[in-house]
Design a protein around this ligand. Structure first.
Ligand code: FAD
Ligand code: 2HG
Ligand code: ZN
Length: 480
């Protein structure tokens, strides 16, 4: 069945965009636009007047200027992997989605500066591969990296598995280019490590979730490729045990730890049940697991003995009950697969409610104990399936519907569940969004968490750059 080519775009705008972008750069048929109007979790179903796919900054700037002149709302979209509905238009059908997928060139890799200059639409995986081909390393790793692109990861200030050593996306961006809501191009591509010349506009665009403009290019900092790497999966009794193990590694060599991830037994059980080929390489299932990775740019850097020393002591003291070390790249990938498939496994397990939260490290055990008890009291039989980047204090405190419960009935309780967890997080001095952002899922939380001068300052900045509110409306800010 073919979709409808009808569009609510004013005809003068339609004609101008068609002339500018050509047939592959302007999609109006609903068969072609449908995938751009829903999110990875299928929580939101929007509509759009068209999908614009500019192939360059110049095309993007002209398209934005045209939409701005016609008062048409714009929704920037990269790989469309947002966990908070950030890239999904509302259901009015008025907005256009501006997709960066055709802006996908790696322009340069500089070995002296250790930088890469890329278009926003280069996927994170393609950027990692381009760096690796030159013997370098792009130190950002997320399970969605095959689809998520450079523009998307910067717009959300993505975190992921290597934040514990290298920081979030924000720390990796040395330069940025963006198209502002009126079509002006903001060129901040100076790739300088020192440049104190007024406001840090680059950092303002990063993490703005597409509400201040469309990121079109970036300069990303790289690292020398690791020459030594050790990866281990460890069975532990609890999150507290995982934290003790993290402390033991950090005490020996804080710089060596490149990833330290936590998985509850319940969440790992879902991976084993729903993901083909996911086999636990330990003698028996455990209450919880830690995945630790050490790396160094120096070959033969003593990482194996560091890993064996710390794990040996932890096994002896009972902190770790079982552990497996990767002996090859294939085994390393198999261990990482057991971590990276939690989101997909939870999606297949039924309806789920996500709480991407952060607290100070020492508060993690209390968060897990208190939030587990509160959620179990709220919905008997709820499956409490936390996992996440424990080394950063970031837990995905996710809840999966009880086996026998109706999925819609469970989803209808989403705010009850989110608010229950959020109040515990608040009490522990944490944040209601650690790495996924606010999108449209969490706008309702903004007044109580970021109200007063903080939200008001954000509104003023938004109004200054986008007085007509055309850039990604309905995201971050609660409805007035
Ligand atoms: P999109 O989903 O397309 O957009 C995300 C937001 O950025 C939207 O608000 C959109 O409007 C805006 N945007 C997109 N491109 C631009 C642009 N060029 N200019 C301005 N604004 C733009 N996130 C983490 O932080 N860590 C993880 O470990 C992680 N793992 C994930 C695993 C899975 C399986 C999935 C589905 C998601 C995961 N995410 C994770 C969330 C998501 O992948 C990240 O937020 C990612 O950075 C989004 O990139 P994207 O290109 O898909 O952006
Ligand atoms: C991850 O760490 C992602 O795997 C996804 O951030 C988290 O599914 C989630 O809640
Ligand atoms: Zn995550």
């Amino acid at each position: 069945m073919s979709g409808t080519p009808e569009t609510s775009l004013p005809s003068t705008l339609h004609q101008a965009l068609a002339a500018l972008l050509g047939p592959s750069g302007l999609l109006t048929d609903t068969t072609d636009t449908a995938a751009f109007c829903t999110d990875w979790r299928a929580l939101y179903q929007g509509r759009c007047a068209a999908v614009l796919r500019p192939a360059s900054t110049e095309e993007c700037a002209k398209a934005v200027a045209l939409c701005h002149a016609h008062g048409v709302p714009m929704v920037p979209q990269g790989g469309n992997t947002s966990m908070v509905g950030g890239a999904t238009p509302d259901d009015s059908g008025r907005a256009v989605v501006i997709s960066t997928t055709r802006m996908n060139r790696v322009h340069a890799i500089d070995h002296a500066d250790l930088t890469m200059t890329v278009d926003a639409g280069v996927t994170l995986k393609a950027a990692q591969d381009a760096a690796a081909a030159e013997g370098l390393f792009l130190p950002l790793s997320i399970s969605s990296e095959g689809s998520a692109d450079i523009g998307g990861i910067l717009a959300t200030n993505a975190g992921g598995n290597n934040t514990v050593r290298y920081g979030n996306a924000r720390e990796l961006a040395l330069g940025l280019e963006a198209v502002l809501p009126d079509g002006n191009v903001l060129n901040l591509m100076r790739r300088l490590r020192k440049d104190n010349t007024g406001y840090a506009l680059r950092q303002l665009l990063i993490g703005a979730e597409g509400t201040l403009g469309i990121i079109t290019q970036a300069v990303i900092q790289l690292q020398p490729a690791p020459r030594a790497r050790e990866t281990a999966l460890c069975a532990v009794a609890s999150a507290a045990g995982a934290l003790d193990l993290f402390a033991a590694f950090r005490k020996q060599d804080p710089a060596a730890v490149v990833a330290f991830e936590f998985m509850s037994g319940t969440s790992m059980g879902l991976v084993n049940r729903f993901i083909d080929g996911a086999a636990l390489p330990l003698s028996e299932p455990a209450p919880a697991y830690a995945l630790v990775e050490l790396s160094s740019p120096r070959a033969g850097d003593g990482l194996r003995s560091l890993m064996e020393d710390v794990l040996g002591e932890a096994l002896e003291s009972g902190l770790v009950s079982d552990a497996v070390l990767a002996e090859s790249e294939t085994q390393r990938n198999a261990l990482w697969m057991l971590r990276e498939e939690h989101a997909e496994a939870q999606k297949r397990a039924g309806a789920s409610v996500k709480n991407d939260v952060s607290v100070p490290l020492a508060a993690i055990p209390t968060l897990i104990t208190e939030a587990t008890a509160a959620c179990e009291a709220l919905i008997p039989g709820i499956r409490v399936a936390p996992f996440g980047h424990i080394g950063d204090g970031n837990i995905h405190f996710n809840l999966v519907q009880p086996e026998q419960m109706d999925a819609a009935a469970f989803s209808a309780r989403d705010h009850d569940i989110m608010d229950t967890v959020a109040e515990i997080v608040r009490h522990l001095g944490g944040s209601f969004s650690a790495e996924h952002g606010v999108g449209q899922l969490k706008t309702y939380m903004m007044p109580s968490w970021r109200g007063g001068a903080e939200l008001e300052s954000m509104r003023r900045i938004k109004n200054a750059l986008d007085p007509d509110g055309l850039m990604n409306p309905g995201k971050i800010f609660p409805a007035a």
